[in-house]
Design a protein around this ligand. Sequence first.
Ligand code: UDP
Ligand code: MG
Length: 317
Amino acid sequence: MKKVNIIVPCFNESQVIDLFFNETVKVISDIKDYRFEFIFIDDGSSDGTDEILKRLAENFDFVKYISFSRNFGKESAMYAGLKNSDGDFAVLMDADLQHPPKLIPEMLSAVLSGYDCCSANRSTREKSSRILNFCKKRFYSFVNKISEVNMPDGAGDFRMMNRKMINAVVAMSEVQRFSKGIFSWVGFKTKNISFENVERAAGETKWSFWKLFKYALDGITAFSTTPLKIASVLGIFISLSAFIYLIFIIVKTLAFGIDAPGYASIITILLFIGGIIILSCGILGEYIAKIYMEVKNRPIYIIRDTNIENQNDDYKN
Ligand code: UDP
Ligand code: MG
């Protein structure tokens, strides 16, 4: 019998886990030819999520859990789940029921019909502020323009993959992970299906504006070196303009002599060039910081407790 892992990152989700579990079990109990196994990842929760998961694992033998030693972030949680999965397929799901379990049969039939992956994308956005939604839209079109990966707007982490694709994703062992890019970068045949956005069943979102902003920056620098090129192009453009201006001044001085120097224009040019230099340093810095974090090669997550036997926990990325 083929096996499907349901991987669920949970950070302070004690209010919804039972609800999520019951809803999902209802759906999968109708699918007879497949064995399902949950892998819950408690991402350093402080609200008793780990206790709930432990209780579920004691009552149901198809429930596995991994508890992290602290909060490592959803990316690390998804990685841990995929790395410790052993099914023929795995589906990544949020614990808050924003990823409707009723789509599982459709996703399963997609990966059975020859697709390597089935991604369920939101066709509508959540009811957050208009400015935030605008920023998100801009972000996707910007990233798609400048990077080598194509991330459809609305594509999230809700997807089912076959073993080939899981192995490819796990092989991408970078410490600073940006899954949306990774899923696209590894390639494979992906079927996109869409669903209407659902509001969170309970609890609240873990994303603040700043967390999102940092995540967006990570997404750009992880899959594109275009910002570095922009810095170089700006440098060339400014040097060239400066050279042309220099010739203009020489000719003007020879022809008309020296007139009173322009204080305002000097200040403007100085500030402009200063700004560009600082911006370029910042862009360089972003990439150097990335290299720094990556060469340290720290583990992506650290397990405090789990019921998975001989799990892949050798701390080697
Ligand atoms: N999550 C996590 N670690 C984190 C933040 C979030 O494992 O540091 C999980 C969270 O428990 C949920 C999923 O990631 O299952 C999506 O989080 P959330 O619902 O807060 O994000 P949103 O749906 O608002 O984008
Ligand atoms: Mg959510």
